[in-house]
Design a protein around this ligand. Sequence first.
Ligand code: ASP
Length: 221
Amino acid sequence: IAPYGVFCLMSVLFAEKGLTVLGDLSFYFFIVVSALLLHGFLTYSLLLILFVKVNPFKFYNKIKSLMLFAFSTSSSNATIPVTLRTVVDNIGVNRKIASFTVPLGATINMDGTAIMQGLATMFIASTVGVDLTLVQYGQIVMLAIVTSIGTAAVPSAGTVTLALILGSVGLPLDAIGLILAVDRILDMIRTAINVCGDAAVSCIVGKSEGEFNQEVFDSKN
Ligand code: ASP
């Protein structure tokens, strides 16, 4: 019955706010995708260059099927076996390091989810006409980080825990209906970014522990 529920929630919002909400929603979608891509490709590239001293393009080339798998399942947990195989066989991190960092990362590392939750809260606040204070912005950032850590690595879990952030800054919970229409696609993208972070950080930990095999990384597989 979820599609009917979303339809009802959105009908109320469109009736109250008018069709301009559609334009705002497209803008929200565009901003979240841009922030996710920027984080996924810029932050991790910098970390890889700084701490592992490898070519980030090569890294992304090696994890492209992993990111595709995460994109299609929308679940970091379901992707664990593929992440482990990619990190060990294609990237060259020793299995004893990867079998600790990958499941831990899949459970607590949710950068993509935190980005979505922060932006979704600001979008909902501006749509329902609530002016957030500077302190509330700080609160949203902290809560998005903590909440994303507690989010289960399954499809749409980040949208459920978003309710915690909305509640704590005094925003109406039913406004979540506003973002549900585009959330499925955003979930696919943010899961791919979450998994990319798990692989990148495994690489960094492997390197710092002297358990990173440069030859495997340089190989063609
Ligand atoms: N689907 C995400 C993951 O598994 C969690 C979420 O943001 O909903 O990484």
